[in-house]
Design a protein around this ligand. Structure first.
Ligand code: GLU
Length: 433
């Protein structure tokens, strides 16, 4: 069945408009692509991948500093819990929709299975522009949202983490809100916390580090040296900035970066450390010295070895994909490439390291954090980075092997690995009652 036929069928959940499924449609296409490669005995369970297990939509009213009350819509979606508790971040963004959170929760199920951490997939979000809130408003928003989704949370039920526009402080508030409701301190309910509150060393850079590790594995396969490789990065947040720094530490040149305020370019390589400082002060790349400003079209056209979309979904589309000539596209963001763009990039010969593999470093170290919290025994940063590197490298090799054996793109191969794990667990558990 094609995705179009599926959408026409009655099995699309009634809470989604058939005309506009948004990112959920991208995910459905990915399930469609993997289906022929899954063993026949798993086929009866595939429908469970197309249906989130549990969706919670909440109203988040908060008192603003000016005394008025403002309402925001929030979500927590548990896509699949067959392999363990729900795990996945919480994002604050004005464009958050249910379709987006559903897709992100499903991508967490797949991601957690690709790196084989014992979690199902979940995700949360609030439709808000946090940049327009004061610290006090942000705290009230976070605490009220955490209270509203409290019924789903718990260290053995559902464990949030940071995502777009959320950070260690937001995680600390969620941990505190949950703990106050429980009457005891429960650090394992959320990951990505400050180190002084049960957070893990290495968590901050973990997603960017994983992006680098998988990029290097991919580069080894097709004989691209990291030294002097040209790297182009969209997004300079938690993922993009750390990836940029680690690429540079390993001898590569970050020649261009883009954020919501524009794109900057220097063919000799940007000073990433200076850029980080500049951005912390000025909140944008504006007036950063020694660089050329380029427009969005020029940004995507830049010849480079590594292109790293590390912002939000749907950034590489049919239109800009035609102009991309990167040797390797490493998806630091979740869902940055539309299915059409994916096919165009493949035709143009780019190797795509898919999001569910490339950005799994974050949740991998979240898993380490959760294990450390539960056992109250903390590891050194070297130990964490070494374990992260091992898990990411093994996951990459496993996916690469499937891709070679079945002649599949890495994305479909990653889905083969992951969906087999999820559906095997689902089939073994069987239907209740
Ligand atoms: N938000 C991150 C992701 O999309 C991390 C999730 C987590 O650590 O649970 O993978």
């Amino acid at each position: 069945m094609t995705v179009a036929q599926y959408i026409q069928s009655s099995s699309i959940p009634s809470y989604l408009s058939k005309d506009n499924l948004g990112p959920w449609e991208t995910y459905l296409q990915q399930v469609e692509d993997v289906t022929p490669w899954l063993d026949k005995e798993l086929h009866p369970w595939i429908e469970t991948l197309r249906r989130p297990k549990r969706i919670l939509i909440v109203d988040v009213p908060i008192k603003l500093d000016n005394g008025t009350v403002s309402h925001y819509e929030g979500y927590r979606v548990q896509h699949n819990l067959s392999r363990g508790p729900g795990k996945g971040g919480i994002r604050y963004h004005p464009d958050v929709t249910l379709s987006e959170v559903m897709a992100l929760s499903a991508w967490m199920s797949v991601k957690n299975a690709v790196v084989n951490v014992p979690y199902g997939g979940a995700k949360g979000g609030v439709r808000v522009n946090p940049k327009q809130l004061s610290m006090g408003e942000l705290e009230r928003l976070t605490r009220r949202y955490a209270s509203e989704i409290n019924i789903l949370l718990g260290p053995d039920k559902d464990i949030p983490a940071p995502d777009v526009n959320t950070n260690e402080q937001v995680m600390a508030w969620i941990m505190d809100t949950y703990s106050m409701n429980q009457g005891r301190t429960s650090t394992g309910v959320v990951t990505g916390k400050p180190v002084s509150l049960g957070g893990s060393l290495g968590r901050h850079d973990a997603t960017g580090r994983g992006v680098f590790v998988t990029a290097r594995s991919a580069a080894n396969k097709i004989n691209i040296p990291i030294k002097d490789a040209r790297v182009v990065i969209q997004g300079f947040g938690n993922v993009g900035e750390a990836a940029a720094r680690i690429f540079v530490q390993n001898g590569a040149k970050v020649i261009a970066v883009q954020d919501e305020t524009g794109s900057i370019y220097n063919p000799n390589g940007l000073d990433v450390a200076a850029l980080r400082q500049h951005r912390a002060v000025h909140k944008s790349f504006k007036d950063f010295p020694g660089v050329e400003k380029i427009d969005n079209a020029q940004f995507w056209q830049l010849p480079c070895e590594f292109l790293i979309p590390a912002a939000v979904e749907g950034q590489i589309t049919r239109d800009n994909a035609k102009t991309i000539s990167a040797r390797v596209v490493v998806e630091g963001a979740n869902g940055p490439t539309t299915p059409e763009a994916d096919r165009i990039l493949q035709e143009r010969g780019s190797l795509i390291v898919p999001d569910v593999l490339a950005n799994a470093g974050g949740v991998t170290v979240s898993y380490f954090e959760w294990v450390q919290d539960i056992s109250s025994f903390f590891w050194s940063e070297d130990e964490i980075n070494a374990r992260l590197e091992r898990i990411m490298t093994e996951a990459f090799e496993g996916v690469w092997e499937v891709a070679q054996a079945k002649k599949l793109p890495l994305r479909t191969a990653a889905y083969v690995v992951a969906c087999k794990r999820i559906l095997a667990a689902r089939a073994l558990r069987g239907l209740y009652p």
